[in-house]
Design a protein around this ligand. Structure first.
Ligand code: ATP
Ligand code: MG
Length: 472
């Protein structure tokens, strides 16, 4: 080719409205045009002669297509890549990346990138197709999104701070780890983050890591190929199904450490390999994980790998337990009363003073879920328009009534008797009723004194009197 013509082609590449980035075999930039500069908010002159690792610290072999191609010699076509430029802005591009070969040796790589942020936004507005072709999501992973940020009630500093962080990071793709005791609203936070961000129209896939044995979970997360192991079928894993969307890994602290190591590899590389597969599939998934046990403790006792923790907790959100933000109890109670008024067609207007006091004193091991259940239960039995102490389940007063166990707010099922004969429960109820009647008789109907005699709290006695239809 005529030399001046060759110079023209460089000029054309320089002017074209498509980002072009060429690196040598060491990942050092040798060509970088203005369009790429606009995409990555970078001065082309700053890029020349610099290594990728230096310019984009958040990239690694997995998340950088250029580095991947340099190492493997493979070509990647139309891969969506989301990353942060060195000014901390998130960019989404569609890239084709090819190795530059000389005598079968990789001497460099070229990346051609188009900004698809606008296109994607438009496409998401027009239609929402969840997944390509026939790769339907398994039923248990299809998630109906129920929550958004406006559903998260609470005025305490702790909850407002947590919501503040969550709202800010909703627009990025950084991994988020949410730590909170059971019933504190981790699922609400995860769904809200997904919905508010640019992945909101994409798949939201949930997997509980405690529910399955490690080997099964591995296949579910990464997928399998036919013949990979006996009986294996071609099935995409949840990473693939969540591509471009969000994968919620619930109770990450319960995942086996062997699988944690494999997870780490996927997160670092940005590629998954189905079990039994020889090839890899690039995935673009935002990971939100939750822990119901303090991750620091899980790392100490060796159940959570440190390297995985640091990878997953780029954004760390702690939701305080309800007992540490008691100022949220009144507004949460009101919220639940309104909800159950509508649902149960009731007209409850509030809580009696004694109930308010008890709610503040109680330590709510089952957190907001337990409060929600207590309000619902009370509203089922409440006669008037105010929830009274006697409407509440007795375990809230610290007494066990023989049927319930404290289990973080849940009620253990009471198993029925064998067929025939009176149920043990019924017999116990009859006995209890008689004992209460006797106590009331012997104290002239005085509830407080009867309760003292029976060595239970007054409120518990009132509850039981109501249960057995005993009126004073
Ligand atoms: N701040 C809140 N405002 C309103 N409702 C809440 C709040 N926090 C929790 N809830 C309610 O409490 C219940 C439990 O919430 P969620 O499932 O998100 O908790 P979780 O932390 O994921 O619990 P678990 O660890 O048991 O999975 C839900 O019914 C939810 O609506
Ligand atoms: Mg949950």
């Amino acid at each position: 080719m005529d030399k001046s013509l060759r110079e023209f082609s460089w000029d054309i590449l320089e002017m074209i409205d498509m980002g072009i980035h060429v690196v040598d075999s060491k990942g050092v930039t040798v060509f970088y045009n203005a369009a790429m500069g606009r995409l990555e908010m970078t001065e082309p002159s700053d890029m020349m002669g610099k290594g990728l690792a230096e310019m984009f610290p958040s990239l690694n072999r997995g998340s950088s297509t250029l580095l991947y191609v340099l190492q493997t010699g493979e070509t990647i076509v139309d891969r969506v890549q989301t990353y942060f430029n060195y000014r901390g802005q998130e960019i989404t591009t569609i890239n084709t990346t090819c190795p530059l070969l000389k005598n079968n040796r990789v001497i460099g790589a070229v990346e051609i990138a188009r900004d698809i942020t606008k296109l994607r936004e438009l496409a998401e507005k027009v239609s929402y197709t969840r997944k390509k072709g026939n790769e339907r999501q398994p039923r248990q992973t299809r998630e109906r999104l129920r929550y958004g940020f406006t559903d998260i009630i609470g005025e305490s500093r702790g909850i407002r701070d947590a919501v503040g962080i969550a709202e800010k990071v909703a627009h990025t793709s950084s991994p988020v780890l949410i730590y909170g005791e059971t019933g504190t609203g981790k699922e609400m936070f995860a769904q809200s983050i997904h919905r508010a961000g640019m992945r909101g129209g994409q798949a939201f896939v949930t997997q509980n890591c405690a529910a399955l044995p490690e080997s099964l979970l591995e296949g579910i997360l990464f997928g399998t190929v036919k013949g990979g192991f006996t009986g294996a079928v071609d099935r995409p894993g949840l990473f693939e199904l969540a591509d471009r969307g969000t994968l919620l890994l619930d109770e990450i602290n319960s995942m086996g450490t062997g699988l944690q190591a494999k997870m780490l590899r996927v997160l670092q590389d940005g590629f998954v390999r189905r079990i039994g597969d020889t090839g890899v599939t690039p995935v673009d998934v935002r990971i939100i994980s939750t822990a119901n046990k303090d991750p620091m403790k899980s790392m100490e006792d060796g159940t959570l790998r440190k390297d995985l923790f640091y990878r997953l907790s780029v954004v760390y959100i702690k939701i305080p337990p309800l007992r540490e933000r008691k100022e949220d109890i009144p507004v949460l109670s009101r919220h639940f009363i309104n909800r159950f008024n509508a649902r149960l067609k009731k007209n409850v207007t509030g809580l009696a003073d004694g109930v308010k006091d008890l709610f503040v004193k109680y330590d709510w091991p089952g957190n907001v879920r337990e409060l929600e259940n207590a309000v619902e239960g009370a509203m089922n039995v409440a006669n008037g328009d105010i929830i009274e102490l006697c409407d509440l389940p007795p375990y809230l007063f610290g007494d066990d009534d023989g049927h319930r166990e404290k289990t973080g707010g849940y009620t253990l099922p009471v198993y029925g008797p064998a067929e025939g004969g009176p149920a043990l429960d019924d017999m116990l109820d009859d006995m209890e009723r008689e004992i209460i009647i006797n106590a009331l008789k012997s104290s002239g109907g005085n509830v407080t004194r009867s309760a003292e005699k029976l060595n239970i709290k007054r409120q518990t006695l009132q509850y039981k009197m109501k249960k057995y239809g005993l009126r004073m």
